[in-house]
Design a protein around this ligand. Structure first.
Ligand code: SAH
Ligand code: AVI
Length: 302
């Protein structure tokens, strides 16, 4: 049984059914994510782009290499590569479709070495391939916010362990904002985010021989005030049983029961230097967009 099948089986066997958000990004999912970034309600990507376009010139220039966690299509990265002119750029992503798009988008900006892998394994491969010089690691777009808060600091410490003196990380985090604004960003009236979420069931059908009736599920986004996160769920509209052949698994759903598919944590700007400090970094710069509260911060490995 492959890893996707194992994780579907174990996630759907939990009392609160869940699926890892990294599986949202097959070819269709990556295209739907790109469509989300153009939605009027999803101001996050435009805010991040404004900060990067304005402040890329303020970044130190002493990096020989740039690597990027979850590059996606890499469209915001151009400003950074233009400012730094690194020898090599390593986009790291689990989605081959995203890496193809990123390689085309940034062709000619550096020697591009795409790495199809998850974050830490991908960073290990960068370290093996990188000969000399300092590394700038990009973690844009608030993808760190998709981590479970209990694992976030462990993950950052693991990243820190793989960095050398002189290396830095540029990290983008979405900030807390009015409730309606946050909810609209994850439940747009056009239904693009719903399609992005529901496609996960389509992916299970296509790749694992599932028989999900996608019309029998509905996209649901909520804000969990205590944990400061938007949660995306897929709500079963009816009582039903689903079979996933490759996972050797039958799964019962009660009407209104949900599968939790993603968390998007929201931050306060003040806590960002504290997270850096707690995980072995020092925050050297912090830029906040004025139109859509979003922060980019430059962290040095200490
Ligand atoms: N950085 C881009 C894309 C964000 S979408 C932006 O800011 O717009 C998140 C990206 O991270 C997707 O392309 C997805 O395929 C990738 N991703 C998600 N989980 C991952 C993981 N565990 N390891 C590597 N890539 C991952
Ligand atoms: C990639 N990540 C930061 C996005 C987010 O905002 O959490 C993914 C996304 N999910 C729904 N819309 C966008």
């Amino acid at each position: 049984m492959n890893q996707f099948a194992c994780e579907v089986r174990s996630g759907l066997a939990k009392p609160q059914k869940e699926l890892p958000s990294k599986y949202l990004y097959d070819e269709l999912g990556s295209a739907l994510f790109d469509a989300i970034t153009a939605l009027p309600e999803y101001g996050l990507t435009r805010a991040d782009r404004r900060i990067l376009n304005r402040h890329a010139v303020d970044l130190p220039r002493d990096f020989a290499c740039v690597a990027e966690f979850g590059s996606g299509s890499g469209s915001k990265t151009r400003a950074i590569l233009e400012a730094i002119a690194p020898k090599t750029y390593f986009p790291i992503d689990v989605s081959p479709a995203a890496l193809d798009r990123c390689t085309r988008e940034l062709c000619g900006m550096a020697h591009i070495q795409p790495i199809e892998d998850s974050f830490l394994e991908g960073l290990d491969r960068v370290r093996e391939a990188q000969e000399s010089g300092a590394l700038l690691l990009l973690f844009l777009g608030s993808t760190l916010g998709n981590f479970d808060s209990r694992c976030r600091n462990d993950f950052l410490q693991q990243v820190r362990l793989r960095m050398r003196s002189g290396d830095a990380m540029l990290i983008g985090l979405d900030l807390v904002k009015p409730l309606e604004t946050m909810l609209d960003a994850y439940d747009d009236p056009t239904g693009v985010t719903a399609a992005f979420n529901l496609n996960l069931l389509g992916r299970i059908n296509r790749e694992l021989g599932g028989d999900f009736d996608i019309r029998a599920f509905a996209h649901h986004a909520l804000y969990n005030e205590t944990d400061r996160r938007i949660e995306m769920h897929l709500r079963s509209r009816i009582n039903q049983t689903v079979t996933v052949t490759e996972a050797d698994f039958h799964c019962r759903f009660r009407a209104d029961e949900t599968i939790w598919t993603e968390s998007s944590h929201k931050f306060y700007a003040d806590e960002i230097p504290e997270i850096a400090h707690a995980t072995g970094f020092v925050s050297e710069a912090l830029w906040v967009d004025e139109e859509w509260p979003f922060a980019e911060s430059l962290w040095r490995a200490v």
